[in-house]
Write a protein that binds this ligand. Structure first.
Ligand code: AHG
Ligand code: MN
Ligand code: MN
Ligand code: MN
Length: 332
């Protein structure tokens, strides 16, 4: 666990990273630089998000991404900003993005890390001023330094991540991440352009009163999911669903709760992508004391085969995820 006492609330991200550097598995400062690069891109996207209504970057691009989704202008804008920041920072040799068919080689062949990223999560909420986010996942490359990154660098599996986190562009903008020593949260101060340590050690409540899913797909849901949701309703739990995974996830991380994206007719493997949504959020939730399942298998144990593969996601407070699991096991 992060030693919460080691750093006072209010220290800057920069100072925090420098002092924590000794804890990183590869204490050579590269991971520190990577986190700085991600924070920088986050500041730039935060500014675009805050101005979205005033500039011409709301609305759709009129083109689709590899997922067959109508790309929003801010999807494309955020994608460019994160790839540029990671390229200029020099530590990432390649980036896998939701918005790109194939991996993007940054030219930093000496870079020892690769980053999988959802540059803008919750795109359907951009034009209606509802919270959106960015999700990132960091691996140490397995291919030879000095060469270009390979597919294998990105298909190492969820338990090989060395860091993961998200940025939430919400009522305040926060950066929340883990390097495998617990979960830490920083809050952005717009007037100073700095992230300040606000949550030295975040853990999820063991249970909670919230379930988050799009019940419009009720008739698509597997029986065990309906059984679980019926239990939630019999206990008059609260349904809370923003339609932005990062926003729903972050709220449940603090209040306790469970987020579900089950298989649907349209997306038999669920809608969420494993490499830049499921894996990073599963790594984070386990570091915060929670659970992440994809049916009866742990998300982090799913074998990666494709950059944009999807997987069901049931994630949050351990008691709630285990209750869902019991329903899954009870169905003959
Ligand atoms: P993205 O905007 O990165 O494509 O992800 C959207 C995801 C997630 O943020 C959200 O929880 C979910 O899609 C909403 O899907 P539905 O509209 O099907 O509920
Ligand atoms: Mn999308
Ligand atoms: Mn997403
Ligand atoms: Mn996205």
């Amino acid at each position: 666990r992060e030693n919460a006492l080691a750093q006072p609330v209010g220290t800057t991200l920069e100072r925090y990273i420098m002092r924590k550097q000794s804890e990183f598995a590869y204490a050579t400062g590269e991971l520190s630089q990577l986190l700085r690069d991600i924070a920088l891109a986050g500041k730039i996207v935060n500014r675009e998000v805050n101005r979205a209504g005033l500039t011409s970057i709301i609305g759709a691009m009129g083109q689709q991404n590899v997922q067959g989704e109508a790309q929003q202008k801010l999807d494309v804008e955020a994608n460019i900003r994160f790839i540029r920041a990671l390229t200029n920072g020099g530590e990432a040799c390649a980036v896998l993005s939701e918005e790109e068919d194939d991996i993007i080689h940054t030219g930093n062949c000496q870079g020892k890390y690769v980053v999988a990223i959802d540059p803008l999560d919750g795109s359907s909420n951009i034009d209606v001023n509802i919270s959106i986010g960015t999700i990132f996942s960091i691996y140490r490359r397995v291919s030879e330094v000095g060469q270009e990154a390979t597919r294998e660098d990105f298909l190492q599996g969820g338990r090989r991540q060395i860091a993961a986190g998200y940025i939430l562009y919400g009522s305040s903008t926060m950066l929340v991440y883990t390097t495998g020593h617990g979960v830490v949260g920083f809050t952005y101060e717009n007037s100073l352009g700095e992230f300040f340590l606000s949550h030295p050690s975040i853990t999820i409540p063991a249970t909670g009163n919230v379930f988050s899913c799009n019940e419009g797909y009720w008739f698509d849901y597997p029986q065990y999911v309906r059984d679980f949701l019926m239990q939630c309703k019999e206990q008059t739990m609260s349904g809370r669903y923003v339609g932005s995974l990062v926003a729903d996830y972050h709220r449940n991380l603090f209040t306790g709760g469970i987020y579900l994206y089950p298989p649907t007719r349209k997306t038999p493997q669920g809608k969420l992508r494993l490499l830049y949504e499921g894996y990073p959020l599963a790594f984070l939730i386990e570091q915060a004391g929670g659970l992440a399942m994809a049916g009866t298998e742990e998300v982090l144990d799913i074998e990666p085969t494709d950059f944009h593969q999807r997987a069901p996601l049931y994630i949050g407070s351990p008691e709630l995820v285990n209750r869902l699991l019991a329903c899954a096991k009870a169905v003959p």
